[in-house]
Design a protein around this ligand. Sequence first.
Ligand code: ZN
Length: 187
Amino acid sequence: MAKVEWCYWAVFYLDENKRNCLTDCKKEVIMTRTNKYWKLYKATLEPHLSGTILGVKCPFCGKELEFYDPNSDWGGRRMYKLPIIKVKDKSTNQIHIVGSDSHDQLYINENGTISYYNLQNGEGTGGDYEFVGVDNEYEEGLIEMEDITKDNPIIKELSNKLEELEKLYYKVLFENIELKKNKANNL
Ligand SMILES: [Zn+2]
């Protein structure tokens, strides 16, 4: 796929129904709830898989359009975040991501909270394990959230691995076909 070219629109709040936008392509527009620019803005909010684009184009330069607030970290690029849940085995102090071991299991308690259970050793949170969170400047004990974009190193690594696997799959497939051909020729 060709590299996507973006036109970013910086959005400045004027009032409840009005925003001022400065575009990368050096235009300035007023966006109101009833005009076409607001429609474009709404169109960029459609959920979509990361790595794909919505096809919402800047009417001035034709590049893919994205709005952002220069005064916050909102926008710029829409992305999905997925929780990375970690548990620590208190007896060994080893930490691992839930799901990286085939014996990992999460379940919902009667009160609606989530617990971890290890099918191999029969231990879980409340026993030998505890969840491991991270702190930010406002809150403590948060579950880490990973940006699921193709720029994420974890996603990159996974996708490289998948590519390798795909290549291997086709290699084996073609070798098999050649083998069958040769066999047929030798008959
Ligand atoms: Zn533009």
